[in-house]
Design a protein around this ligand. Structure first.
Ligand code: HXC
Length: 257
């Protein structure tokens, strides 16, 4: 399958998606949205895939939603057409998705990175929500996911001033999980994805579900949800295998991976 705006490949059990609109610093238009949603859905349905990495170029993960596409949009058109609503399908991927970010991750680019499960950043990464400089506000989750990730003070600072933060600040603030040298970015992200893909897929997917639910539920409900998932994993052969392997001091051979 070939795509207009993406390069898609598999590396063992890892799906690798590279945003590929270099002429526009990977600005996110409707085609990117549609293609990325389709690729993630296909990876979700593919038993040979255990995790996904989404990346951009060295200069830009993505410099935002495509301003030229949005420029002439009017309210009724955007409302009736549910403009950018399709990004919810990207955020709904069930298998783990890692964002490997180098260079600019601005506006929709920062929001796309935050739709992923965690962000590994190159030292060159720059994050920001500059929509205010264009006379709008974040529309793909920036005001919500950024606030949950870094807290109100820094989210307000970034959303209201439109300034960028570098990788060090982003790691300190809790937006990114690791910062690595630019030349190590893909190696680190692919190794993390391979590691995840080596584990029992039901356990991995439930772990993702449980952490995500923590953002939606009260602590009591979240703990109840987690415990039910935990109980249910004792119905899997992989739990028997994982624990038997530990006891026998050997490597587990997970069946569902
Ligand atoms: C469309 C874009 C773009 C964008 C860059 N380009 N960002 N096109 N949408 N978001 C295009 C430029 O027009 C230019 O095309 C080419 O990419 C290279 O960009 P330059 O500006 O020449 O590069 P540089 O001088 O290195 O500056 C890099 C930059 C700057 C600082 C990242 O491009 C920039 O500020 N971009 C916009 C960032 C932004 O405001 N993002 C938020 C968008 S709103 P040409 O044809 O001239 O060579 C948003 C809302 C999301 O994301 C939520 C709801 C949709």
């Amino acid at each position: 399958m070939s795509y207009e705006t993406l390069l898609v490949e598999t590396r063992g059990r890892v799906g690798l998606v590279t945003l590929n609109r270099p002429q526009a610093l990977n600005a996110l238009n409707s085609t990117v949205m549609r293609e990325l949603a389709a690729v993630l859905k296909a990876f979700d349905a593919d038993n040979e895939i255990g995790a996904v990495v989404v990346t951009g170029s060295e200069k830009a993960f993505a410099a935002g939603a495509d301003i030229k596409e949005m420029q002439t949009l009017d309210f009724v058109e955007s409302y009736l057409g549910d403009f950018i609503g399709g990004w919810d399908q990207v955020a709904a991927a069930r298998k783990p998705v890692i964002a490997a970010v180098s260079g600019y991750a601005l506006g929709g680019g920062c929001e796309l990175a935050m739709m992923c499960d965690f962000i590994i950043a190159s030292e060159t990464a720059k994050f920001g929500q500059p929509e205010i400089t264009l006379g709008v506000i974040p529309g793909m989750g920036g005001s919500q996911r950024l606030t949950r990730a870094v807290g109100k003070a820094k989210a307000m600072d970034l959303v209201l001033t439109g300034r960028m933060m570098d990788a060090t600040e982003a790691e300190r603030a809790g937006l990114v999980s690791r910062v690595v040298a630019p030349e190590k970015l893909m190696e680190e992200a692919l190794a993390a994805a391979e590691k995840i893909a080596s584990f029992s897929l039901p356990a991995v997917m439930m772990a993702k579900e449980a952490v995500n639910r923590s953002l939606e539920l009260t602590l009591a409900e979240g703990l109840r949800f987690e415990r039910r998932l935990f109980h249910s994993l004792f119905a899997t052969e992989d739990q028997k295998e994982g624990m038997a392997a530990f006891a026998a001091k050997r490597k587990p051979e997970f069946k569902h991976r």
